[in-house]
Design a protein around this ligand. Structure first.
Ligand code: NAI
Length: 333
């Protein structure tokens, strides 16, 4: 059996090599994307995998896959919106994905950002960089055990974040449209979003972006939050109205915000950009000037464990499909 891996990133190489050795299956790594031209490289392989946001919607790709007898594209991503699923199915090509890879990766980023904001790390660093090492009142911190953490979206990641914050001594409350029975030991549910927002000192978002969650946090409900509360978003950028959040940060309503995701992030995520061109098109330029903001460019998932799980699951999906003749779509936590 031979597998061709497209768009392999340097950070994925050790995981590919390890899986190949352990499974005694040849994996050829290619840096390029799947395109109508590059699909010709797949001739003679039994399975292919890719990780790309660039669309795979050209009919020629699926036509050639059918010709070469390849029945599956194993995507090394959770979302598969970059593929034309219907077109693929018309050529008997299935798309499989990696629905979950490490809730801890994202939950740990939420905790890291919240703790850094609680301890005023940006303020302290800025002051110390200018030689001011005095115990200024602005730098005095709250301890997390004196805080109530509000988890919005208590699925896999939200529940993991709740457990981590609880381990640090915080009181945890949660809100979810569908309560998670597993979460009852970790947090107390509030019946509606408003009650949670009024009570929490730290609010952490862990829900998907749907029509009903678009700009879930906005001017109206920011008013309900405690003065000096902290907002963390590692979910999706459009869960918050960023202009309203910036206003709340400037007024002091919010003491800080940790933002791993932004609605406008596609212009810079996982790219080398000219900041003066790209950041100005987005709100990043503004956020960079604010000491009470920690902005990371969609890095929450980016841990060694998560990358290993993504690569292993995508390759296992191909192997199991090949061995059983049935399409596999696996989760490796
Ligand atoms: P999950 O499906 O296990 O949990 C999501 C929870 O949100 C569910 O309990 C669901 O009932 C709840 N929910 C859905 N709509 C809601 C609403 N309108 N109001 C209240 N609760 C609602 O998903 P998981 O794995 O915990 O992921 C959560 C989100 O984290 C993902 O949807 C994704 O957007 C984001 N994510 C971010 C990553 C990053 O690198 N920053 C990486 C992976 C996921």
């Amino acid at each position: 059996m031979r597998i061709l891996a497209y768009h392999v990133q340097p950070y994925e190489v050790p995981a590919f090599e390890k899986w190949s050795k352990e499974n005694n299956i040849e994996v050829v790594m290619d840096k390029g994307l799947i395109t109508a031209e590059s699909i010709e490289k797949a001739k003679g392989f039994d399975g292919i995998t890719t990780q790309q946001v660039i669309p795979v919607k050209d009919e020629e790709i699926f036509k050639k896959m059918q010709e070469y007898g390849i029945k599956q594209i194993s995507s090394r991503t959770a979302g598969v919106d970059m593929f034309d699923g219907k077109l693929a199915a018309s050529y008997n090509v299935a798309i499989t994905n990696v629905p979950r890879y490490s809730p801890n990766a994202i939950a740990e980023m939420a905790v890291t950002q919240a703790m850094s904001l609680l301890r005023n790390m940006n303020h302290i660093k800025t002051a110390m960089d200018s030689g001011d090492c005095s115990w200024d009142k602005r730098h005095i911190a709250r301890e997390v055990r004196s805080c109530t953490v509000g988890i919005i979206g208590t699925g896999k990641i939200g529940l993991t974040a709740g457990k981590l914050f609880k381990g640090l001594g915080a009181k945890i409350i949660g809100y979810d449209k569908f309560k998670n029975p597993e979460a009852e030991d970790v947090l107390e549910y509030r019946e509606n979003l408003e009650d949670l927002l009024k009570e929490a000192d730290i609010i952490s978002l862990h829900l998907p972006l749907f029509d009903d969650t678009y700009h879930l946090i906005n001017k109206e409900n920011l008013k309900l939050m405690k003065d000096g509360s902290i907002l963390i978003n590692t979910g999706r950028g459009a869960l918050i109205n960023i202009d309203d959040v910036i206003e709340a940060l400037e007024s002091g309503k919010l003491a800080g915000a940790g933002l791993d995701v932004l609605e406008c992030e596609t212009v810079y995520v996982n790219q080398k950009v000219a900041p003066e061109d790209v950041y100005c098109k987005c709100v990043v330029e503004k956020l960079r000037s604010m000491d009470n903001v920690i902005h990371t460019g969609h890095f929450a998932f980016f841990t060694e464990t998560a990358v290993d799980n993504i690569v292993n699951t995508a390759l296992d999906n191909i192997k199991k499909t090949e061995e059983t003749g049935k399409l596999q779509n696996g989760t490796n936590m």
